[in-house]
Design a protein around this ligand. Structure first.
Ligand SMILES: [Zn+2]
Ligand SMILES: [Zn+2]
Length: 136
């Protein structure tokens, strides 16, 4: 059983055939699929699954915090199942490949107190950009 599916089950999420397929398609390391990619892969396993079901399921997974939405440069949003291990993203400016990376040092700590404007800051997103080995 996939890690994402296991987490959803532990949270008491009702696992239907459709939800199971979406969770299985999205599971793994360095997985950052668009909703259309999730739908295409889900259809290969469960031909009757609709686009609306895929979108709704992804939205619900994001709402309960088991999947992260990753916005990359005006491209379609990507969905990331790596929700419980803080990480940043390395994005190829040409082909859009996304990798999970863990910079040394805490990006939260990189924001000095006098730049916080009284905010209680709880998260930081850093995107590293460049060209992947295939695009260099
Ligand atoms: Zn690339
Ligand atoms: Zn990620």
């Amino acid at each position: 059983m996939s890690d994402l599916l296991e987490r959803l089950r532990e949270r008491g999420w009702r696992i239907t055939a459709q939800r199971r397929v979406v969770a299985e398609v999205l599971d793994g390391d360095h997985v950052h699929l668009t909703a259309d990619e999730v739908h295409a892969r889900a259809t290969a396993r469960l031909p009757e699954i609709s686009r609306a079901t895929v979108y709704n399921t992804l939205g619900e997974m994001v709402t309960i915090g088991e999947v992260i939405e990753v916005a990359t440069d005006g491209r379609a949003k990507r969905y990331d199942p790596n929700a419980h291990h803080p990480h940043q993203h390395l994005v190829c400016s040409r082909c859009g490949t996304v990798r999970d990376v863990r910079p040394t040092g805490d990006p939260l700590a990189a924001l000095p107190a006098d730049e916080r404007f009284g905010f209680t800051v709880s998260a930081a997103e850093v995107t590293y950009r460049g060209l992947c080995p295939d695009c260099v």
